[in-house]
Design a protein around this ligand. Structure first.
Ligand SMILES: [Fe+2]
Ligand SMILES: [Fe+2]
Length: 344
């Protein structure tokens, strides 16, 4: 079953090539995602932290120090942000994917980790929810870079709210476009897939919905006109980043997976033409009463896709995370703020 808003998704829409900012006019650019030697993902913001987790072969945890209790500490919050270092033939490129919830958590955690983003090539926003863009202005302001590309889907600018079954409502304001533009951010809206970093990274654009059980976010509304709210369940702005690591396969990052984690993985396979998924990292949005009922089906389908590594974080929720660790013990990596995972 293919679910569509009727006008937004088109499987053969042109890709955007960020390096040239020209529409390529065909899907050839999508399939031309270049392989890279390795990708390192650092979790800058996530819902949890456990400083006692040990490092492993491809997983580096922040080091413990004698004076740890007197040092600034990494912060966890309901939000998500990943930093990617992409390596090919000795050259390293860097992408920031989302920026957490609070204005200063990402900049604080970067300082604690000793990471400077002076060579940041681009920022990608997964969607318009505040737990992914809240730290955007802070990071842009602190970098002070001119013309830094920010890639997002145009629906990310929607003013939204969540109406819970209890009757309580939560505002989900979009990013502040004017403030970003004032800080010389080069905003690139695209519903289509975009290739960036010399075709070494693919921003998926909106995700094709093919499963019959991943139904977006039924509790969400958008403000169509001033104080006139309409149901807005699909979150078409939800998008991920995909890399193709030489000899391993696809690394798929998806911050909140409002499209559904299985849709996200199948979409990555479809638009790259590659079947092997090496890794998934991100939120799977399986927490809360609305979503817990699809945990078994989601995990069953993720198992058939068979990623070598799975790093469920953020909105995956305790129940789904626990089940994933039990069902996919060899692939499962526990997410924690400050963790760096090496893919390659
Ligand atoms: Fe979200
Ligand atoms: Fe989220």
């Amino acid at each position: 079953m293919c679910l569509s808003d009727g006008l937004s998704f088109n499987a053969v829409q042109p890709s955007v090539k960020l390096s040239s900012l020209r529409f390529t006019g065909s899907t050839a650019g999508i399939a031309s995602l270049q392989t890279v030697d390795s990708v390192d993902a650092t979790i800058l913001v996530d819902n949890s932290i456990d400083i006692l987790l040990p490092s492993a072969d491809h997983v580096i945890r922040p080091s413990l120090t004698w004076d740890w209790s007197r040092r600034p500490q990494l912060r966890a919050e309901h939000g998500y942000s990943l930093l990617f270092n992409v390596q090919k033939r000795g050259s390293v490129k860097t992408i920031l994917y989302d920026a957490g919830l609070s204005p200063d958590t990402i900049t604080h955690n970067l300082a604690v980790l000793g990471i400077k983003l002076t060579d940041l090539d681009a920022i990608v926003l997964s969607h318009g929810h505040a737990d992914h863009h809240g730290g955007l202005f802070g990071i842009v302001h602190s970098l002070g870079k001119k013309n830094l590309p920010l890639i997002l889907h145009p629906d990310a600018w929607k003013n939204r709210k969540i109406r819970f079954p209890s009757g309580s409502e939560m505002h989900m304001p979009p990013p502040d476009r004017r403030a970003l533009e004032k800080n010389d951010v080069r905003i690139i809206d695209s519903r289509a897939p975009s290739l960036l970093l010399s075709d070494q990274a693919l921003v998926t654009g909106q995700v094709e919905r093919v499963t019959d059980y991943e139904k977006g976010f039924p509790l969400q509304y958008e403000e169509k006109e001033l104080e006139h709210w309409e149901s807005d369940p699909w979150i078409w702005d939800d998008q991920g980043i995909v890399f193709n690591v030489n000899g391993r396969g696809l690394v798929v990052a998806s911050s909140c997976s409002h499209s559904g984690a299985v849709n996200v993985l199948r979409n990555a396979q479809r638009i790259t033409g590659a079947n092997k998924v090496h890794a998934f990292i991100g939120g799977m949005h399986l927490t809360g009463g609305t979503f817990e009922k699809i945990i078994p089906q989601t995990i069953q389908d993720v198992k058939t896709i068979h990623p070598d590594i799975i790093v469920p974080g953020h909105c995956t929720g305790w129940k789904a995370t626990h089940l994933l660790s039990r069902e996919m013990p060899d692939a499962y990596v526990q997410a924690s703020v400050g963790t760096q995972i090496h893919f390659g």
